[in-house]
Structure formats: structure tokens, C-alpha cells
Design a protein around this ligand. Structure first.
Ligand SMILES: Cc1cc2nc3c(=O)[nH]c(=O)nc-3n(C[C@H](O)[C@H](O)[C@H](O)COP(=O)(O)O)c2cc1C
Length: 160
């Protein structure tokens, strides 16, 4: 057994996005982001420095499903684990389908000390699935709605 274990290097190099927040679920300021790993920064386009005092709501936008995110809140309050998918947005406004697990981390006491999320962008795999659905039924409403969200986005022009 190795004595010195560098857990930060491991977190920083995981393939999935990892986000850790405090446990304040009440009010617009919480939960506050404490840590995100490199895969998370790459997925969202944010820099570490701009996340101070921010909440995961920075990822939400027009097509984010309120029922999914309220469901997360309820699960955490009930001390259950959450798994769900909804549209989130990168820093540049590009929508992507976020798939994530979220749960509490407990220390020695019965109260949670952190909330943790394992997050991944599943837009590509979902696009393939939705394309197949359209081949079977070109009028598939869910598949049409999926591609409408992606088409809705136009990259902003870079200045300079
Ligand atoms: C650890 C953690 C990770 C979260 N990650 C996301 C996320 O990736 N996308 C998202 O839309 N909401 C995410 N949320 C949910 C929002 O932070 C917020 O809790 C949710 O919108 C419910 O609160 P509200 O009803 O006050 O908005 C996360 C919450 C926690 C605690």
C-alpha cells in the first residue's frame, strides 16, 4: 500500500467532469461551487478563476428542464441520490445535453459536508439515437425538439 496518495492529481485527470459544492440549497447564492476538475472546465469552457462564488445554475438556460433541476433539489433534501439529464449551456452559450449524478458526501457526522456531481456531455451519443428515431419516424416530436435546440444556437462572432 502506497503511503502518500495524490488524490488531486487523480481528480484532475478523471475523464468525467467532477463538481463539488457546499450544502446550502436555500437561496439564490447556493449551492456554491468549491471545486471542479479539468474535464469539467473543458466541457463548459469556463476558467477556474471565474467560478468563485458561482452556483451550478450558471449552466442553466432557456431549454433547461425545471422539473429535472427541482427534482435534484428534492432528492438531495430527502438524502437520496440524483441522476438526470437536461440541456445546459457552455460559457459561449452553446447548448449541450448534460447527464449527471449528484449526491451528498458525509464525513464523520450524519450531516452532509459536500455535494458532488459526476457530469458528462452526452449530446453526441444522444444525437445518434435521435437521428435513428427520425429515420424510423420523421415526425418523432422528441427527436425534432432535440435538434431544434441545437439549431437554435448560433456562435457569437469573435471580435478582434
Ligand atoms: C453538486 C451539484 C451539481 C449540480 N450540477 C448541475 C448541473 O450540472 N446542471 C444543472 O442544471 N444544475 C445543476 N445543479 C442544480 C442547481 O445548482 C440547483 O440546485 C437547481 O437548479 C435547483 O435549485 P433551484 O430550484 O433553486 O434552481 C447542481 C447542484 C449541485 C448541488
Amino acid at each position: 500500500m502506497q503511503l502518500k496518495f495524490d488524490w488531486l492529481i487523480v481528480l484532475e485527470n478523471l475523464r468525467r467532469g467532477i463538481m463539488v459544492t457546499d450544502v446550502t440549497l436555500e437561496g439564490p447564492a447556493g449551492p456554491r461551487i468549491i471545486y471542479v476538475n479539468r474535464a469539467w472546465l473543458k466541457m463548459t469552457g469556463y476558467d477556474r478563476g471565474e467560478l468563485a462564488g458561482k452556483t451550478p445554475r450558471i449552466l442553466q438556460g432557456k431549454h433547461t428542464d425545471r422539473a429535472v433541476v427541482s427534482g435534484l433539489r428534492q432528492k438531495l433534501l430527502n438524502r437520496e441520490q440524483f441522476h438526470g439529464q437536461t440541456w445546459n449551456y457552455r460559457k459561449n452559450g452553446e447548448p449541450f445535453l448534460m447527464n449527471w449524478y449528484c449526491y451528498a458526501i458525509y464525513g464523520d457526522r450524519p450531516k452532509p459536508i459536500y455535494y458532488v456531481a459526476e457530469q458528462e456531455d452526452v449530446t453526441e451519443i444522444e444525437s445518434l439515437r435521435m437521428k435513428q428515431r427520425l429515420m424510423i419516424n420523421p415526425h418523432d416530436a422528441d427527436a425534432q425538439a432535440f435538434f431544434a435546440v441545437l439549431k437554435d444556437w448560433k456562435p457569437r462572432k469573435q471580435v478582434g
